[in-house]
Structure formats: C-alpha cells, structure tokens
Design a protein around this ligand. Sequence first.
Ligand SMILES: NC(=O)c1ccc[n+]([C@@H]2O[C@H](COP(=O)([O-])OP(=O)(O)OC[C@H]3O[C@@H](n4cnc5c(N)ncnc54)[C@H](OP(=O)(O)O)[C@@H]3O)[C@@H](O)[C@H]2O)c1
Length: 285
Amino acid sequence: MKDLKGKNVIVTGGSRGIGLEIARAFLKEGANVFTIARNGDSLAASVRNLKKDVKPGRTVAGYSCDVGNREGIAGTIRQIASQNGGIDVVINNAGMYVPDYFERQDLEVFERTDRTNYLGAVFTTKAALPFLLERRRSAIVFVTSGAGLKGIFGYSSYSPTKAAVLSLAEVIKQELKGRGVQVAVLCPPDVDTPGHAEELKIRPTECNALSESGGLMTATEIAGILMSGFRKEKFLIIGGFETKLLYRLNGISPRFVDFCFERLIVRSRRNNSKKHPCPVGRHEA
Ligand SMILES: NC(=O)c1ccc[n+]([C@@H]2O[C@H](COP(=O)([O-])OP(=O)(O)OC[C@H]3O[C@@H](n4cnc5c(N)ncnc54)[C@H](OP(=O)(O)O)[C@@H]3O)[C@@H](O)[C@H]2O)c1
C-alpha cells in the first residue's frame, strides 16, 4: 500500500516502544491512527505526544483494551470502525516477553504470553477482517521477532508465540490472495524500548552472548524499516543485518546456526561460572 493519506490505521500496543513509533510513522504519512493498549493513563499521554504529528484534517485517538480479551477487542474494533468510517490497516504489535530458563519459567507466563502475542493477534485480526474486506485495498501487519525465526535460548515462553504468529500470517496471506488485503510480517532485532529495558534486567546471561553482536536499533528506525517494506508490499520485513543473516543461515543450515549458538552459550557459561554459579541445575558443554 503506497498512499496512506486518510487511511484508518489501528496499532495495537501503540502507547510506547515500537508501536508508538509505528503510529507516529503512519500519522506522518497522513493517516488517521487509533492506538490500543491496556493502561489508560499511558495511552492518554502517548496520544498527547502523537498529536504534534497529526496532519491537518486527520486524527489520532487511543482505546484502552486488552488484546487477549476476545470480546473486549472485538467490541473495540467495532467501535473504532463505526466511529471513524471503517478500517484500512491493522498493525498487530501488542506483545510481551519475559525471558527465563524453561526449567524456571512459571507456567502462568506461558499462558499470558500466548494469550497476548498469538491469541491477541488472532482476536484482533478476526474482529477487523470484515471491515478490511469492505475496502478495495487494505492491510494487516504482524509484528513478530527474530526469535520467531529461530528458537532462542531463554525465550521458551516467547519464541514459539512469534513463530506461531509468522505461521498465522502465512496462512492468512494464502487465504486472502486476490481479495485486496496486503499481509506483512515485521521481524525486529533488539530494539531500544521500555519493554526491552525491563527484559535486560531479568534475562539469563547466556542471552546476552547470543544478542551482543546485533546491537540495538531505535524504535524510530524499525518503524522506518516497516514503512519502507510496507510501501513496497513486501511480506517478510526483517530489521537489522544480524537478523537477516540469522534468517538466511538458518534456512540453509539450521545445524550450523545451532552449532554457533551452542558455542556462544558454552563460552558465556564458562566466563560466568567463574563469577556466578549457574542458577538452574547442572549445565555441561
Ligand atoms: N523491543 C524489542 O527488542 C523487540 C524485538 C523483537 C520484537 N519485538 C516485538 O515488538 C512488539 C512491541 O515491543 P516493544 O519492545 O515496543 O514492547 P513495550 O515497550 O513493552 O510496549 C508494549 C506495548 O504493547 C502494549 N500491550 C502489552 N500487552 C498488551 C495487551 N495484552 N493488550 C493491549 N496492549 C498490550 C503495551 O501497553 P500496556 O502495557 O498499557 O497494555 C505497550 O503499548 C512486541 O510484539 C514485541 O514482541 C520487540
């Protein structure tokens, strides 16, 4: 989709981080933007922040809702469509990630992460689809992750949800072929966001060894990468050299990628065992 002027765009998780900058990028293109997040206060503050980027005659508004609540999100989507004359684009960005060792990770975290990342995208897309199909051209974007392209150490509650979202996008793209709905998947690398800052405080040390060569992108940069890929109607939009390399190498030789990961994990454990004994069980190379 090239011309976004006057289009109605929904961004879930648009109150901070990547979603906030995606919302801003669409506003700068002349779209109307409707953000969804749970916390009403931070949503209101983010909408005030976005107002300066609204083009004349356009609008931005926030709707407080949990994407994991299927009746709630269906009602919110209907409300946005009826109050604003339909929906052209849905960005499924709302997500959560709580890294830990599988052995230690609470089952409640698996359920909550799945409900937000995967079912949240299902509920939102299912509710929006009838409105998207009313348009001649419309679009659905799914924000996944490099961790959805390959299972990553410490992300047992997260990687599978993002792989599921990628698979969902592939199915929807095939099923909607020829019906005017563009489908895209954004795979960000590590991005500097409030969520990522929290993640850094708790993630197992081995995760640092796996991600340290990738650097940290800004939310504005990844939103720019999305807009560029979106305009070119690309399906898979991967941000950052390391994530692109991971995608290509894992496609050619997953065993080689596993070997590289295992080397990094063993080296990280060796370095850290001198300082801190590993917190979960015995780990042997
Ligand atoms: N940052 C990274 O390094 C990175 C890398 C790869 C992929 N991603 C993906 O990019 C997306 C955004 O990540 P981020 O780092 O920007 O996260 P973030 O800073 O934690 O922001 C998350 C946003 O989603 C909203 N949200 C969370 N749970 C929700 C729910 N159940 N219902 C509605 N809104 C919800 C949050 O608002 P409330 O809490 O108020 O609901 C907030 O607006 C996620 O899907 C994440 O998996 C991030």
